[in-house]
Design a protein around this ligand. Sequence first.
Ligand code: SAH
Ligand code: SF4
Length: 421
Amino acid sequence: MNFYDSQKITTILESKGYQLQDSPDKADLVVFNTCNIRDKAAHKVYSDIGRVNKFDNKKTIAVVGCVAQAENSEMFKKNHAIDIVLGPQSYHLLPQMIKDLEKKSKLINTEFIVNEKFDYLSEQHRPQGISSFITIQEGCDKFCSFCVVPYTRGPEYSRSIEAISKEADLLTSKGAREIVLLGQNVNAYQDLSLNKVKRLNHLIENLSKNENIKRIRYTTSHPINMNKELIDCHADSSKLMPFLHLPVQSGSSTILRKMNRKYDSNFYKEIIYKLKKAKPSIQISSDFIVGYPGETDKDFQDTLDLVDEMKFTQSYSFIYSSRPGTKAASESDVTPLHIKKERLKILQEKLRNIQLKFNKGFCNKNIEVLIENKSASNPEYFFGRTPYMQSVYIKSSNLKDGDIKNVSISTCNHKSLYGSC
Ligand code: SAH
Ligand code: SF4
């Protein structure tokens, strides 16, 4: 979502006469779009500001996004070079704030004016490429005990099907062939602008009518919002890809309760089995938090057992990071860091082995790949993705971006497939 937001911010500024530079050294204005989800990401902005400001103290520095929202005016005290602090739901105000710097030296806005932001941004489009993002939903009402999102992005908000379809039309007219629908809780999507509530399955059906859209994906989903209609949509829609990112966080029902995830491990498994029944080819990826306060060896073993049973084909895993203001931050956390690191290593190795085995299953076989671009690192190769989100590097001189090709896979590693056509 930050990538999408950064694109939007760039377009807004370009429409006011700014030019994007390929290096911060050349820029008069540097905008840092920040993530506050883990401690490390939040700290990064201060060292990054120091780096761009090393040679020249005259740049205008704006910090936008979730760190700006969470740390607010404290940011000015922590780093005097910052001129503007702007939350993720009001970044359409950036051009006006830059202007206002002529009259006032430090400016801040951390209001949740998400509907105003989207009204403004509906007009701002920047071609993103063959696979393009559209934010359809933002914010969160779920308040998992470890997470800052409800505080930094605010309550759940969905855009209308009409506005999203218009953005999809524009993106496809500029070459997009795959649309990735984004939201912090994307499957909680609901368009309330019509007489009858329309949900994510309706939006997918609507977008499927656009002939230029070949593939549709959505991320990130919460297990409790995987309703029957959405599960059925995986069976019914030929454009919806057979791959779903459905974060579980832990395999232990005790930890899930402490996390306030609102489901237990059996509920999660049932959802996956229903999805597999509706769409037998579907593959699942997940997020895991290791070392949540009070996680025992047994709880961790439950996570490993869940991974063995579910065979996630891609995943993200993190050590729990205590976030100020969240409920979990006040819980006693006695597990030493070296144990948490060891658990993360064991989990990641297991996930990597499953992913490698899955990828190896494609060797000496053909798979449909949406060609996205020429590989940046090696011009003899094109880059594309399978329906299951695997990266594929294809040796060929005559492919066209946007084509869907049957690629013969010869070799792989846990991250990518390699082939020709
Ligand atoms: N809404 C999605 C997740 C959005 S946050 C969901 O509920 O599944 C993206 C991921 O960051 C989460 O899935 C979680 O694994 C990770 N994350 C969030 N807060 C974290 C924290 N305090 N420490 C470590 N990882 C965290
Ligand atoms: Fe954070 Fe996702 Fe939980 Fe919302 S549902 S609080 S975004 S982890």
